[in-house]
Design a protein around this ligand. Structure first.
Ligand SMILES: [Zn+2]
Length: 266
């Protein structure tokens, strides 16, 4: 089996598995349970805090058929039905992820909007996820607004952005907005401890702490750094190795230098 990078292997597949965003998870779970579904969601937050993850879980929640095929909209997608498995594998025809920052963003969005008039092929809902939505051109925003103003009942938009200020107010006002917070270093550290235990990677607590801090609130970055650190440390997470890798200055070393300077001064 080929090696799967940690950020992909440990991408949460349910709301329960999501770390560090309890307010968003709670609100979405309640909305799903009570069938108070909005037709457009906007997730804001810096990179690696879970915007794409929450979008995929939401798409599964809306389309899950349940293990026996008699399921309905749920806050706990089963993970085993065709819809859940296809969304996890990135091959569900009615769930489309589009990166507005890519070169073909504008072209792709107009194609997507043209297809919005057709009902879902296999799912209950079509879910269009548009990442970095603030990068869309005005033409693209206007085209999207038309659909947002009179959305067919089977269509859900999930918009994500690192820069909500650049999203037109006309679009913002039609979305239910959730802010995903940068993750606390403590939260990241705990998750890294869990992941390294699962992976049977020997990890020094100091190494995890350094990585957690260096990730600056992004779980994805933390897991990528962990991949790197494991490679550098020949399969182990060693504090001194991580420190070298991160190019961080050793605090203990600084203290020694300061003491030496103080003595030289005296
Ligand atoms: Zn399912």
């Amino acid at each position: 089996m080929s090696y799967l990078v940690l950020a992909r292997k440990y991408r949460p597949r349910s709301f329960e598995q999501m770390v560090g965003q309890p307010h968003v998870v709670q609100a979405l779970s309640n909305a799903l349970k009570q069938r108070r579904l909005h037709h457009a969601y906007l997730f804001t937050g810096t990179r690696g805090v879970g915007k794409t993850t929450v979008s995929r879980v939401l798409a599964k929640s809306l389309n899950c058929m349940g293990p026996q095929g008699d399921g309905d909209i749920t806050a706990h997608p089963c993970g085993v039905c065709q819809a859940c498995r296809d969304i996890d594998a990135g091959r569900f025809v009615d769930y489309v992820e589009l990166d507005a920052a890519s070169n073909r963003g504008v072209e792709e969005i107009s194609q997507l909007l043209e297809q919005a008039v057709y009902k879902p092929v296999v799912g209950r809902f079509k879910v269009y996820m548009i990442d970095e939505v603030h990068m869309l051109s005005n033409t693209a925003f206007n085209a999207m607004l038309k659909t947002l103003e009179e959305p067919p009942e089977y269509l859900k938009f999930v918009l994500a952005t690192t820069d909500p200020q650049k999203v037109p107010v006309t679009v913002l006002s039609r979305c239910l907005q959730f802010n995903l917070r940068p993750m606390a270093a403590q939260t990241i550290e705990e998750h890294l401890a869990h992941v390294s235990a699962e992976e049977r990677i020997e990890a020094e607590p100091g190494a995890l702490r350094l990585i957690a801090r260096a990730a600056r609130g992004s779980m994805r970055d933390a897991l990528s750094l962990t991949d790197q650190a494991v490679a550098f440390g020949a399969g182990r997470l060693v504090e001194s190795v991580v420190r070298t890798m991160l190019g961080a200055v050793d605090a203990a070393h600084v203290m020694l230098m300061l003491r030496a300077l103080a003595q030289a001064d005296a």
